[in-house]
Design a protein around this ligand. Structure first.
Ligand SMILES: Cc1cc2nc3c(=O)[nH]c(=O)nc-3n(C[C@H](O)[C@H](O)[C@H](O)COP(=O)(O)OP(=O)(O)OC[C@H]3O[C@@H](n4cnc5c(N)ncnc54)[C@H](O)[C@@H]3O)c2cc1C
Length: 456
């Protein structure tokens, strides 16, 4: 069968079906250590009908389909390990409706979060989930993304009210409603959020949005040890301070960021904080943070109120992973993503640091510690089996530690290829139920095959 010719007959403009080497390479990899694998063809649908026609065709001919947003996921999610069709969703990028009075929006999946926020800002609103990368909202739904603001707003699952989804056989369904709550039937919205393109292709999203806060203050606090910084993060959550972001970065990350961004932050463990709400609540929150930080030997505590200065500070934080990659040219990223109950956070971070050092590896440690989620970031050479083995060992030890304390192997990045090996340990018999769901919704296993579920 001539796949390209067949697909060109299914879309309105045949130029939106591309099979050149460069475009396939761009859609066959991510920033991570997972090996590249090219799709046979890349299609750019512009509406739900086209997605539906493509899926019905792929289902009939048993061709794998991998949805693709911005390609910023970190566990090989978008790598088409069995080839087939890459469905690049970025041309479905219309903001369909802003219902300011209901605090919700309807968007297509290729809208990026910064695109949405530019538009919302004009109405005094914003969409707070911020994974750092300029991801598409479809990709963020599909990975249940969160990021720096999860401590206040949770993850995508808490923000999605409803979805339009094209199923593997081309049927189109809608889930949820415009109401902020519902008890009507099974929670299918919750099922598709985090399904990583393995259960259906998301073509429409209804999201909650939020009023811009009256006052926002960012702060940077420098500590003598990672432990001390982690204890302050936990303390801030326990006292109920109005924090919107609580980010921890270690000295290695700060050094990398300084080199990458030209900043001159002290190269020591640091908390990046943001407080938002009413002016009084924010002022009290900052003072509480200052006091807690002083008790843990904080050597420098600075606040920023100017929006541009705040943006520079958060840009530095958000570029941390890129800064670390730039420091080790030619190497690829391996990132742990465990999340633990907040009371275990300081010991989890101390354990991660000790495990990394015992293996003689270099890893930056940073994370959204306000919700117990942190990352150890290794740069590895996938061609060096000894280095890979050591990194995998540390990765597994960090996951074991988190699971033993009731945590999870992935707080926000998702499973993709890289975390499949931990799923059985985390969920046990429930993995069999996940397999049944996958078989029911995608009996021919065409949707992003080889992801999430462990082999066997
Ligand atoms: C520097 C950096 C920092 C990051 N920080 C964070 C962070 O703090 N928090 C966080 O959560 N993530 C973070 N990430 C990871 C990444 O940004 C998120 O996983 C993001 O949600 C992926 O969105 P995307 O549009 O790039 O999706 P893609 O990477 O293109 O796709 C991700 C998955 O979603 C599926 N998918 C995409 N679109 C659809 C659709 N329309 N329907 C069905 N399935 C679809 C794909 O098949 C794939 O399985 C970071 C990444 C980078 C590079």
């Amino acid at each position: 069968m001539d796949l390209v010719a067949a697909l060109r007959r299914l879309v309105a403009d045949p130029d939106r079906v591309a099979a050149g080497q460069a475009v396939r390479e761009q859609h066959g990899q991510d920033l991570s250590y997972h090996p590249q694998h090219l799709p046979d063809v890349v299609v750019y649908p512009v509406d739900t009908r086209e997605v539906s026609r493509i899926l019905a065709f792929a289902n009939e001919h048993r061709v794998p389909v991998v949805p693709f947003g911005a390609g910023s996921s970190l566990e090989g999610h978008v790598i088409p390990v069995q080839g087939g069709i890459c469905l690049d969703m970025t041309q479905m990028n219309r903001i369909l409706e802003i219902r300011a009075e209901d605090l919700l929006v309807r968007v297509e999946p290729g809208v990026t979060r910064t695109q949405l926020n530019r538009q919302l800002g004009r109405e005094g609103l914003y969409f707070p989930i911020d994974p750092g990368a300029d991801a598409t909202l479809g990709g963020m739904v599909a990975t249940n993304a969160s990021g720096t603001t999860a401590v206040r707003y949770g993850a995508m699952r808490q923000q999605v009210l409803g979805l339009e989804v094209v199923l593997a056989d081309g049927r189109v369904i809608t889930t949820g409603s415009l109401a902020v709550k519902s008890s009507a039937g099974y929670n299918l919205t919750g099922l598709f959020v985090g399904s990583e393109g393995t259960l259906g292709v998301i073509t429409g999203i209804t999201l909650r949005v939020h009023p811009l806060p009256e006052e926002v203050v960012a702060a940077r606090a420098v500590f003598p040890s990672l432990d001390a910084a982690a204890r302050v993060a936990v303390g801030l959550i326990r006292v109920g301070a109005p924090v919107e972001r609580v980010e921890l970065v270690d000295a290695l990350t700060i050094e990398a960021v300084n080199a990458y961004k030209g900043t001159d932050y002290p190269a020591a463990p640091t908390l990046f904080l943001e407080f938002s709400g009413s002016a009084g609540a924010v002022r009290d929150g900052v003072e509480t943070a200052r006091e807690l930080a002083a008790l843990e030997g904080c050597t420098d505590f600075r606040t920023e109120t100017d929006p541009q200065a705040r943006q520079r500070l958060w840009e530095a934080r958000h570029h941390a992973a890129l800064a670390i990659t730039a420091r080790f040219p030619g190497k690829k990223l391996m990132v742990t993503d465990v999340c633990v109950p907040i009371s275990h956070l300081p010991e989890a971070i101390a354990h991660a640091r000790a495990t990394v050092e015992a293996e003689g590896l270099t890893a930056a440690i940073l994370g959204h510690v306000g919700d117990g989620n942190y990352h150890a970031i290794f740069t590895v050479d996938p061609q060096d089996p000894t280095e890979m083995e050591r990194a995998e060992r540390v990765n597994a030890a960090i996951v074991d530690f988190a699971l033993a304390r009731g945590g999870t192997c992935t707080g926000e990045h998702g499973v993709g290829l890289g975390k499949r090996r931990y799923l059985l340990r985390e969920h046990g018999e429930a993995v069999a139920l996940m397999r049944l769901l996958k078989q029911t919704l995608d009996p021919h296993n065409i949707l992003n095959p080889g992801k999430i579920l462990p082999e066997g």
